[in-house]
Ligand binder design. Structure first.
Ligand code: MNH
Length: 430
């Protein structure tokens, strides 16, 4: 457990606490479901860029994730892209998810030793989002090395976190890091720009059905305006930044739990056997795998792979009748702590997918469970992520038996993951 999380547990009664920062600010952190619910009020609070997001904007620009609240391009892209991410439209991207998952299953079937779960889930989610996003095949299971583009992305994301810890007077010491950051960002931009340019050289009727084609061909339903090529580049980088580590972490935590808990594994296998048999499921059938889905929801409760979101006051206000916050002041919502608030979640440490049965979820305060963020700036890719994760979990429990990997340890990565998670997998006989 990290320090903020510990503080969150300690301040549960109060619901929030302040942390003095090196630069003199004292941001508030929220750790109760009640205060998180208050923050869902969009007339009083909004997302503002803070922490690493400010720097991720260097390479993700005004893409959805790093756009400012009232930026023109956020509204434009939100209107153009949201329909493409609805659970009805995702049909057309489903084959991309299936084919990436097939590669993973082949890889595990051939495995002669324990598999690297986090690495393999990252390969899966990355291949799926790049295929669905812009018809690009990283074919990650074909090599052990990460593609140079992905190495650049990983370094730039790390730098946007590290730079926060660096007092300005030390910056001369980090000139090489900054130069590398600039080169990495340029490399990412040029690969994506090349993909966009190449697409435009082909006649439109031949375009694959991916998000890039959607962005190039769909005008804004409200104004008829189109996204610029630069903004399309930022959206594609955004899908890669927001859309693979998070889902990979979710699948890794869930598989860890399932491999430890034989009763849960048996229940999941029964659901898959009853609903699917040996067939490759259609997307509709995936959406009907209730227990599989609830298991993933419960994993996101205990191990939210975006562990905090920021909110800021739109005007001077008081939170929970006791914390004065000035206009513009930002604070963090600690999802780990909120998701363990015992006033909403009895026995919070117990893994229980049935918490998400509709009858038990009734009456739960809005802010008690926010793994995909809050309000209009919540995750655009949530249906994509849940369809991908549900299909993957169902397929992997059907195809493989797992050996107990031992207790869970956490890796200190930006998006939390199980640490050193190796899993012995054995193909199940049909
Ligand atoms: Mn996603 C925003 C969590 C998968 C694309 N995502 C967010 C936010 C959270 C989040 C939390 C809000 C961040 C904030 O308030 O600053 N996302 C997740 C999780 C998963 C996930 C836990 C998987 C599990 N996200 C995905 C996938 C995609 C994606 C997959 C894309 C294909 N997410 C986005 C985009 C945004 C976002 C785009 C920004 C939305 C906006 O601000 O308009």
């Amino acid at each position: 457990m990290n320090r903020l999380q510990q503080l969150g547990e300690q301040h549960r009664e109060a619901g929030a606490f302040r942390v003095p920062m090196p630069d003199g600010r004292e941001p508030l952190f929220v750790c109760s479901a009640a205060l998180a619910t208050e923050l869902c009020d969009e007339s009083r609070f909004e997302k503002v860029l803070d922490g690493p997001l400010v720097h991720i904007r260097d390479f993700a620009g005004d893409g959805l994730f790093t756009a400012h609240g009232d930026e023109h391009n956020w509204h434009l892209a939100h209107r153009i892209l949201s329909p493409g991410f609805s659970s009805q439209s995702l049909d057309r991207y489903y084959p991309a998810i299936q084919s990436s998952l097939d590669a993973l299953v082949q890889h595990w079937r051939a495995a002669r030793a324990a598999v690297d779960v986090v690495g393999d889930m990252t390969r899966l989610t990355l291949d799926a989002i790049s295929l669905a996003g812009f018809d690009y095949r990283f074919d990650s299971f074909a090599s052990t090395e990460l593609h140079p583009f992905l190495q650049a992305l990983a370094r730039s994301l790390q730098e946007s976190v590290d730079v926060l810890q660096r007092p300005p007077f030390l910056s001369p010491l980090f000139r090489a890091r900054r130069a590398r950051y600039a080169t990495d960002n340029a490399l990412m931009a040029s690969l994506v720009d090349e993909v966009i340019r190449e697409r435009k050289t082909r006649p439109e009727p031949e375009w694959p059905k991916d998000f890039l084609s959607l962005m190039l061909s769909q005008p804004d339903p409200k104004t008829g305006e189109r996204l610029s090529d630069q903004n399309i580049r930022y959206q594609i980088l955004t899908f890669l930044i927001a859309g693979h580590e998070t889902t990979a972490g979710l699948l890794s935590f869930t598989l860890h739990k399932v491999a430890r808990d034989r009763a849960l594994a048996a229940r999941l296998r029964a659901e898959v056997r009853d609903r699917l048999g040996d067939r490759a499921p259609s997307m509709r059938e995936v959406l009907e795998l209730d227990l599989t889905r609830r298991t993933l929801e419960e994993a996101l409760r205990l191990w939210p792979t975006v562990p905090a979101v920021n909110r800021a006051a739109k005007s001077d206000t008081t939170l929970g009748d006791r914390y004065f916050v000035a206009k513009g002041q930002t604070f963090g919502v600690l999802l780990n702590a909120v998701h363990r608030d015992p006033s909403v979640w009895p026995e919070p440490e117990r893994f229980d997918p049935d918490r998400f049965l509709p009858e038990r979820a009734k009456g739960r305060p809005a802010g008690a469970y926010k793994p995909f963020g809050i309000g209009r700036r919540a995750c655009t890719g949530r249906h994509f992520a849940m369809i991908e994760a549900t299909l993957a979990l169902a397929t992997l429990v059907r195809e493989f038996d797992f050996e107990d990997p031992g207790p869970l340890a956490l890796a200190p990565t930006i998006s939390p993951k199980p640490r050193g998670f190796r899993l012995v997998v054995r193909p199940r006989s049909p």
